[in-house]
Design a protein around this ligand. Structure first.
Ligand code: GAR
Length: 218
């Protein structure tokens, strides 16, 4: 049985599209993207979802103002009505209450464009460049009440160049995001992960020879 997934977005939805495409491309993909929910009608990803034949729903968060619980009650009702088992956040720009996060503990994933726990929050690429790191990347993690934190499911890395700007780095990391989010969802939906406190254990192994060195000397 495929796990029933909702993707929550606020913007262009390129990670959403990568998840939809991965699920559509493989009949054995262990998850079905049932619905895309945006918290604003302006989210560009809504049209992409609809074109892909996935239900695209808008639940405007703005009218709820600071009343997060009321927005979440409406969201939860939409998720319940569709028997959603897993949530994937894809650039969803609304913070949740601890209660909502707790309810979905171990069943809600997020992607962030840095190697967490480094550079959570806004402007992760600017943060990485200012810190002078030589390697950055993207992280898929289970959601906990703290923003951009929680048990790490999968990470992918890229080397930084001296002439990188936040935009060039973002573009390179985005290609990594589009690879690891579908893989992470495949892993989680197939039961290949187990949360052990702050750590996510996984059946998948990295090859011991996998190494990325930057800068590389010829
Ligand atoms: C992605 O880069 C995602 O990692 C980031 O927002 C972008 C959404 O793009 N998320 C965060 O920064 C979470 N803190 P998308 O709408 O094209 O998927």
């Amino acid at each position: 049985m495929k796990r029933r997934v909702a993707i929550l977005i606020s913007g262009r939805g390129s990670n959403m599209a990568a998840l939809i495409d991965a699920a559509a491309a493989d009949p054995d993909f262990p998850a079905q993207i049932v619905v895309v929910i945006a918290n604003t009608a302006a989210a560009g990803g809504l049209a992409i979802a609809a074109r892909s034949g996935v239900e695209a729903l808008v639940i405007e968060s703005k009218p709820f103002g600071k009343d997060r619980a009321a927005f979440e009650a409406m969201l939860q009702a939409a998720l319940d009505a569709r028997q959603i088992e897993l949530i994937c956040l894809g650039g969803f720009m609304r913070l949740f209450t601890a209660e909502f996060v707790q309810h979905w503990h171990g069943r809600m994933l997020n992607i962030h464009p840095s190697l967490l726990p480094s550079f959570p929050g806004l402007d992760p690429h600017g943060q990485a460049l200012r810190a002078g790191v030589k390697i950055s990347g993207a992280t898929v993690h289970f959601v906990i009440p703290e923003t951009d934190a929680g048990p790490i499911v999968m990470q992918g890395a890229v080397a930084l160049c001296d002439d990188d700007t936040p935009d060039t780095l973002a573009a390179r990391v985005l290609t990594v995001e589009h690879r690891i989010y579908p893989d992470a969802l495949r892993l989680v939906a197939s039961g290949g992960t187990r949360i052990d406190g702050d750590v996510c254990r996984t059946a998948a192994q990295s090859a011991p020879a996998d190494v990325l060195i930057a800068p590389a000397l010829d």
